[in-house]
Design a protein around this ligand. Structure first.
Ligand SMILES: [Mg+2]
Length: 470
């Protein structure tokens, strides 16, 4: 389906929000570290991870996401075999943390010859027959990429979600949980609204409906001792999401609930991101996020965009093209910020190695342009601000986040280049928000100071500049 810029941002959010929840919950997983408010991406946890490193939740999601980004139909046996092989490849890479049930299946399947998907399904069925316990939260935690492959087609999403879940989780309740969550994500990406009950007809409604009611009556901590079970994990996640007024707020609620904190927050983050957009994941978190198989935030975003586009880049070649040709002819003029000469303002034409020690980009960039050569990946902020009316999910929060990114990088002693495509609207608006942070004055006054030195910014799009305060 064709997506507008807000829907694309929310599709990215379904993946980025889950990864952020995972990394935010890692330090506190099963009480490995006492919870403090607010939760931070400190690393540690059961796998001894680095700060901002995601765990098995996002590692396994990345396997599915890469297959989805190839344009594959996740209901087909060929794609399911690719996912199963991807799980085995991940397992062979010796991940620091693997769920008990998943480890049992993958270690056995890794020793068998022949196709991996049928082997995993057979082993899963045998495990279920032996123990009756194959409804851990491990298939729900990784399910969001399934939505992107089939966005806007609920029947296909339901079939694909069950098929991918069943590779490791035989119990139908695990598959139903994935279906319910995926359809809520699909609805949120398309409409920007939360409605987890819209698709109860695809599952056993008599079973799930009272569970959702219960989730809305209690805080996430109600399930702290049971949320390793897929049903309790979904309830804890829905409790957090239904109470949240932003993505960071929802993730904090999910992690504060305790127990399997990274997984509940990853599950919650998928739906929160689908509701609020990837642009609602703060730069402070996006710059830290990373993990197997050697990916960072921008890689997850690029894969998510490809997945919703059926594996094809947009007419500009984004996000696969090395450079975006539509930016040719952009000015190379640089202007120091009137309130802080350690910040340079300009257009994308001035983006060249050595321009500054850190970069804040307010437009899309080609694969070879970010991070800028010589700039560490965590020092190149890419903030999605769309220079069109009604094209941003939350323009105010994204302008504030970009201004905070400049302030953070400056506080670390780095010179910063702040730019968009032509420095017409986005650059002066964010520069004004930053100027107000530095001086404590009004954003409107800061805009006038910026415009006095940056001629290209004298007539910004009013619908964007309107977010600045007097
Ligand atoms: Mg985990």
């Amino acid at each position: 389906m064709h997506l507008d810029s807000r829907q694309t941002d929310r599709a990215v959010g379904a993946v980025l929000g889950a990864a952020a929840g995972d990394a935010l919950g890692v330090p506190y997983e099963f009480g490995t570290r006492p919870f403090e408010t607010p939760a931070q991406m400190l690393g540690g946890g059961l796998g001894g991870l680095a700060p901002g490193q995601w765990s098995d939740d996002t590692e396994m999601a990345a396997v599915i996401l890469r297959v989805a980004a190839s344009g594959a139909d996740l209901r087909g046996e060929e794609a399911l075999e690719q996912v199963a092989q991807g799980f085995l490849g991940w397992y062979r890479d010796d991940p620091p943390d693997v769920g008990i049930q998943t480890r049992q299946l993958l270690s056995e399947a890794a020793r068998l010859p022949g196709p991996a998907a049928p082997a995993l399904r057979r082993l899963g069925a045998e495990l279920h027959e032996r123990t009756g316990r194959t409804a851990g939260n491990g298939s729900l935690m990784r399910t969001s990429p399934v939505v992107l492959a089939h966005l806007g087609d609920p029947a296909a999403i339901a079939d694909a979600a069950r098929a991918v879940s069943t590779l490791t989780h035989h119990d139908p309740v695990a598959g139903d949980a994935c279906v319910l969550w995926c359809l809520a994500i699909d609805h949120a990406v398309r409409t920007g609204e939360l409605d987890v009950r819209a698709s109860l007809s695809y599952v056993d409604a008599a079973y799930w409906s009272p569970l959702l009611d219960e989730a809305e009556r209690h805080e996430p901590s109600h399930w702290s001792r049971t949320n390793g079970w897929v049903v309790a994990a979904l309830q804890g996640a829905w409790s957090a999401v239904s109470r949240a007024d932003s993505l960071p707020d929802g993730l904090q609620r999910a992690v504060a609930g305790g127990g399997d904190t990274d997984t509940v927050a990853a599950i919650a983050g998928a739906l929160l991101g689908a509701r609020f957009g990837g642009s609602n994941v703060p730069f402070a978190w996006r710059r830290l996020l990373h993990g197997w198989p050697g990916l960072r935030s921008r890689d997850l975003a690029a894969l998510a965009v490809l997945a919703v586009r059926g594996g094809r880049p947009d007419p500009d070649g984004w996000p696969l093209a090395e450079r975006l040709t539509s930016y040719q002819g952009s000015s190379s003029v640089l202007v120091p910020h009137p309130d802080d000469d350690g910040v340079l303002l300009g257009a994308v034409g001035a983006l060249r190695p050595g321009v500054a020690q850190a970069v804040v980009s307010l437009c899309r960039l080609g694969a070879a342009e970010a991070p800028l050569a010589g700039v560490a990946p965590e020092d190149h902020a890419e903030v999605w601000v769309v220079d069109k009316e009604d094209a941003n999910n939350d323009l105010r929060s994204v302008v504030s986040d970009a201004a905070e990114a400049v302030r953070t990088l400056r506080a670390e002693g780095k010179t910063v280049f702040l730019h968009c495509v032509h420095a017409h609207t986005r650059t002066p608006v964010v520069a004004a928000a930053y100027g107000a942070l530095v001086t404590g004055g009004s954003e409107r006054e800061a805009l006038r100071r910026v415009q006095a030195v940056l001629p290209s910014g004298r007539h910004p799009r009013e619908s964007i500049a309107a977010v600045l305060q007097d």
